[in-house]
Design a protein around this ligand. Structure first.
Ligand code: SF4
Ligand code: SF4
Length: 314
């Protein structure tokens, strides 16, 4: 069964084997290659990011999804498709059979809702909305050799298809498996993901999913204020929530945050992410990667640029 997100490890620290020796799994390996490739191409943005403590843009916004409120109606999915001009889904929005398998965002669905059993015993299932979490220090942006990603001052992480050359390192680097690839446009590479309705936010509006939720499970607002709201809910209703705001610190923090009534690991959230941004965690590993592996992504990027320049001139 496909899972929307996977726990990246088995309880040990990332990169540390049972015997304490340094080990690297395939995902970490590719992530490291991607980041070094980007660094070689651009003059070490990874180092630049890793060498300082970021407090983020002060007025950035965020989203707080309260999983104890969500009823799995998929209105948010429908609103997202409408706002982004996406096609109707394979399984209609009112069809519950869609919950029989776990889904991940795709090129035609930037957000999906999955259903989970509720170990707390109320008998009610738990629904989890999945999309790009708009990281405070996005590893997709750090991994991209051509800087197709931007963390905006408002909070959303945006992708520029006109800059992308299709290497898909961002997909490997994302700890939440959020970016999807549009295979329909093979000649024109395109990664797709949630934009957090950046245009609407800039115009003073709110993201379509938050505006459409009939039970108010998604709250939009200033990230700092959302954190206060989340902590206040946990303080007032300790039996209702686990004592964690997911996204406050994970991988350096995210714009999209969650409250839950059961441990986040039971809902396929990665639970062993570091508190520091992932780009910082790759540093030790990067020094062990042979030079040839660190340079090929950069060479790939240079070839692409050279070819494009040739095409433009010719
Ligand atoms: S969730 Fe993934 S795609 Fe979204 S900003 Fe973070 S690293 Fe990038
Ligand atoms: S619209 Fe609200 S209640 Fe319905 S699935 Fe989305 S988050 Fe859950």
């Amino acid at each position: 069964m496909d899972k929307p997100v996977k726990d990246a490890g088995g309880g040990s620290k990332r990169g540390e084997g049972k015997d304490g020796k340094f080990t690297v799994n395939r995902r970490d390996f590719l992530r490291g290659v991607a980041v070094v490739g980007g660094a070689a191409f651009l003059g070490s943005p990874a180092d630049a990011l890793a060498s300082r403590e970021l407090t983020g843009w002060p007025d950035r916004v965020g989203m707080l999804t309260d999983l104890t409120e969500c009823v799995g109606c998929r209105t948010c999915e429908s609103a997202c498709n409408a706002a982004n001009g996406l096609p109707a889904p394979e399984v209609p929005f009112d069809e519950k059979s869609v919950f029989e398998r776990k889904r991940r965002p795709t090129a035609s669905a930037y957000t999906v809702v999955n259903r989970y059993g509720n170990a707390k015993g109320s008998g009610n299932p738990i629904y989890r909305k999945v999309q790009c979490n708009h990281c405070e220090e996005p590893s997709c942006a750090s991994a991209c050799p051509v800087r197709a990603y931007t963390k905006t001052p408002e909070g959303p992480v945006l992708y520029d298809k006109d800059v992308c050359f299709g290497c898909r390192y961002c997909m490997v680097a994302c700890p939440y498996y959020a970016p999807a690839y549009d295979y329909e446009s093979a000649l024109e590479p395109r990664v797709v993901k949630c934009t957090m309705c950046h245009g609407r936010i800039k115009a003073g509006g709110i993201p379509a999913c938050a505006g459409s939720c009939p039970v108010g499970a998604i709250t939009f607002g200033n990230r700092t204020k959302l954190l206060k709201i989340a902590r206040e809910r946990i303080r007032k209703f300790p039996d209702r929530y686990v004592d964690q705001v997911y996204g406050e610190f994970e991988a350096g923090g995210t714009s999209w945050m969650y409250l839950s009534g059961i441990p986040f690991g039971e809902l396929d959230f990665p639970t062993n992410l570091p508190r520091k941004p992932i780009v910082e965690n790759t540093r030790g590993f990067l020094s062990a990667v042979p030079l040839v592996l660190t340079l090929w992504p950069a060479l790939l990027g240079l070839c692409y640029t050279a070819n494009r320049n040739k095409e433009e001139k010719g």
